[in-house]
Write a protein that binds this ligand. Structure first.
Ligand code: MG
Length: 247
């Protein structure tokens, strides 16, 4: 069931989202060659707690860390580890916080050090596909309109969208209805209504879109080991326009 948020609840989620965006920005600055993803996780947790919020992912479905850190072919839900980031890595950071009873969720891809042209293009295309998807997140449109827009843009650029994982509603729980796939048909699926709060999160691969479990046994990686990128924002559907709550 889709839970509709009141204006006041959206205001609270927006406060949380701003905190989350600040933390992610800090982590982005820290993600340089030489640092481990476990150090980033520690920093994430300390920053979140210092701002009066809680890490939303820690303990969620058995995930033992605050931050999801996935490098190169690994795409989402990666365990932070003693892996030392190196020049040219594509690092996906996915982070959620709980603030005043509500969750927010966001993800970015970071180019570590100097990244070559094609991986950079993968990143930029993924980021832009999120922007285009968000534009479709308005009353009267359907979930299919969001997915269709993301998929068409990504595939026109020669990349693939992941099918096995998707965006989602969010609120008192990290994952709520409805599911927001990054592919689909225009006009298909549920209609978007005022007060919905959803996470749109295109996951894009350079090769095939099929996934396998990561080496850590928890996260996901591309089956063909091709590079991947991921960007995510928490969005509110309002009468005016889609509001990005995690900026
Ligand atoms: Mg999410």
């Amino acid at each position: 069931m889709v839970s509709i948020k009141t204006e006041n609840e959206i205001k609270i989620i927006h406060e949380g989202g701003k905190i989350l965006a600040t933390v992610v920005k800090e982590l982005e600055k820290m993600a340089k060659p030489g640092i481990t993803t476990l150090e980033l996780d520690r920093a994430a947790e300390a920053l979140i707690l210092s701002k009066g919020a809680k890490p939303a992912f820690k303990g969620y479905e058995g995930f033992p860390y605050s931050l999801c850190a996935s490098v190169n072919e690994n795409i989402v839900h990666g365990f932070p580890s003693n892996y030392v980031l190196k020049d040219g890595d594509l690092l996906k950071l996915d982070l959620g916080i709980l603030y005043k009873g509500f969750n927010t969720d966001m993800a970015i891809t970071v180019a570590v050090g100097n990244v070559s042209f094609e991986p950079k293009r993968l990143m930029n295309v993924t980021k832009k596909s999120l922007r285009l998807g968000i534009k479709k997140a308005k009353i009267g449109n359907t979930i299919g309109d969001i997915g269709n827009t993301i998929q068409r843009f990504v595939e026109d650029q020669g990349f693939s969208v992941v099918r096995d994982l998707c965006g989602h509603g969010i609120g008192k729980s990290v994952h709520e209805d409805p599911k927001i796939p990054n592919y689909g048909k225009r006009g298909a699926g549920e209609k978007l209504v005022e007060g919905m709060v959803i996470c749109i999160e295109p996951m894009v691969t350079m090769g095939d879109y099929n996934l396998k479990k990561s080496a850590d046994g928890y996260g996901y990686a591309t089956k063909d080991n091709s590079l991947s990128a991921h960007f995510e924002h928490t969005i509110a559907i309002t009468t005016k326009r889609p509001i990005i709550l995690t900026e």
